[in-house]
Design a protein around this ligand. Structure first.
Ligand SMILES: [Zn+2]
Length: 155
């Protein structure tokens, strides 16, 4: 095999016929996303840390978190990668176009990072510390795909 050849293994038209519950806090996250185009996290009553997506218990204090706070939709890239190797996307069953960006973003008002796609744009190169805005899908459905990607912005 030549160096530039890519190995692609297809599992055919694989179907994933299962559903799972995202829980009370996951439901709140997706409900806010779908109905209000808002990103929410949960805030610890003790240390004030904000988790996105929301979690029920603070990992540092072990306190139950009952307060939901809006975060973003802007944020900052904490780290990223540019995927250049083709593979079959398990979400769609088809080969994902490359290259594409994938990053960890800390939403404004949040203390944790959120993973998702980052738009690659020659005018605004992806880098740690870059500011981003969330690009939502036009018709929200209450899934993670309501967030299309993060777009790098200048501020
Ligand atoms: Zn805490």
């Amino acid at each position: 095999m030549a160096r530039e050849d890519h190995l692609v293994i297809s599992s055919g038209k694989a179907v994933q016929p299962f559903h799972y519950a995202v829980g009370l806090y996951g439901s709140k996250f997706f409900q806010e996303l779908k109905e209000n185009r808002r990103l929410v996290g949960s805030k610890c009553p003790d240390c004030g840390k904000v988790y996105v997506p929301p979690r029920k218990v603070c990992g540092g204090c072990f306190k139950e978190m009952k307060e939901f706070v809006e975060v973003g939709p802007k944020g900052t890239i904490s780290t990223f990668t540019i995927v250049r190797y083709t593979f079959i996307d398990p979400e769609t069953g088809v080969q994902r176009p490359v290259p594409y960006g994938y990053g960890f973003v800390r939403f404004d008002g949040a203390d944790t990072v959120f993973q998702h796609f980052v738009e690659l744009d020659e005018k605004h190169p992806i880098k740690i510390g870059a500011r981003v805005e969330t690009v939502f899908r036009e018709k929200m459905e209450g899934t993670i795909r309501d967030i299309l990607y993060f777009r790098i912005i200048e501020e």
